[in-house]
Write a protein that binds this ligand. Sequence first.
Ligand code: UDX
Ligand code: UDX
Length: 458
Amino acid sequence: MRVAVIGTGYVGLVTGACLAAVGHEVVGMDDNPAKIAVLGQGGLPIYEPHLADLVAQTARAGRLRFTTDVAEAVRDAAVIFICVNTPPRPDGEADLRFVESATRRVAEHATRDTLLVEKSTVPVQTGHWIQKTLALYARRPGLTFDVASNPEFTREGMAVEDFLHPDRLVLGVAHPRAEAVLRALYAPIVEGRFACPVHPDCRVDRAVPVLVTDIASAELIKHAANSFLALKITFANAVADVCEAAGADILEVVKGVGLDKRIGRAFLNAGLGFGGSCFPKDLRAFVKIAERTGYDFTLLKEVTRLNAHRQVQVVEKLRQALWILQGKRIGLLGLAFKPHTDDVREAPALALARRLLDEGAAVQGYDPQAAAKAREAVPGLTICPDPYAAAAQAEAVVLCTEWPEFVGLDFARLKAGMVRPLILDGRNALDREALTALGFEYLGIGRGRPVPTPPRTP
Ligand code: UDX
Ligand code: UDX
């Protein structure tokens, strides 16, 4: 099928490349000419595992191309995905002006009956507004426009796998026509009829559950799912704080709790808190959506408050260990909001860096992928070329993002460059016993009482 994707960012690029990979003909459109230029030359404006290969393969096969011209993208498209960003406004409401602008341009340039699909995370009732806008601005008489909500559940760093092997597909539709189009579009994925470009030997051993529902319910599923995941993380962080005070070990507690199949171990990792372009934004949007319906979602307000407090708690942990932060050099391992991405949107590492800089500390950091974006986001942060440079002359090092390469560092070498061997493991990703044996003062998150530091070797 001919597919258009409007907005070729993290969501749009993955959507376009994966649909092309399963056999569709995709045109990706973006208003940012620099992005389209990079894509046109075979480059990628973001880092996402497997995506560069996928874009290159499908572009070479002539099934994926890019343009800044919306008329070209939309022409003859049977399905048009809206993947523009929906950033939070200061009051927390999602800013939908890009969604409206994309909708109007589809109405003006569509040349055939088409299905407009909300892929971006949008508040409930957005589908209603999109339908009205299409009717208002449709240029060609007699065209039929359908609208659907097809929320994405892809995680950054896993987005290609999550798109090609989803836990479920949610199709929010108002007419059987729209359901038929989406079922045809996703058939290769639902039935596993495609050569997986990521794991050649992977077998899709189960049909993907497809939930067909109304548009409003589909829109709410996305906010409810993300908010629940953020709530689950925040619960683990709160229990970690109790563990710290009670001398229990959060890793043991969540292991036991996670064995209950009603709960599950995933998303119970205590640490620096959650970041990214989704959870923080979607929580605030969901609270506003609920408010508009007359419900005061205090539970989610508390999740947002507790999550922002994580970095305050880490600064206090450092103050407890270092006394005066002013003038102290502190190294950060990891700056992206999670591993396997270059995305620093609402990254806890950068929130921590800002707080430490406000305290007058000298902050230096390293990240394998996010260095450029971090430098832009926090000008006062010194970017280092490698993890050892990030620890050089530091009074403390904080592991903020659990990149696999940090687990395997030469910690003796790291320690040798530090003024004081203090390491705060912000993601409980490191081996406390091994580091303590090496002479580090190890601080975890909720790992019981701090392990007594061995007498300082002269
Ligand atoms: C974002 C959020 O992360 C995601 O939660 C939400 O569901 C959709 O919006 P993402 O792909 O991460 O998705 O946003 P971003 O990387 O900023 O990409 C948006 C793209 O849309 C950008 O490339 C931007 O240039 C483009 N865009 C935006 C347009 O082409 N036209 C517009 O009018 C607005
Ligand atoms: C999330 C949802 O998982 C995905 O389904 C949705 O489509 C988009 O938003 P993403 O934000 O890309 O995906 O990453 P995710 O892996 O969910 O992590 C989000 C944040 O939570 C990261 O900052 C991560 O460090 C943090 N996190 C995650 C924890 O602190 N503890 C955990 O146990 C899991």
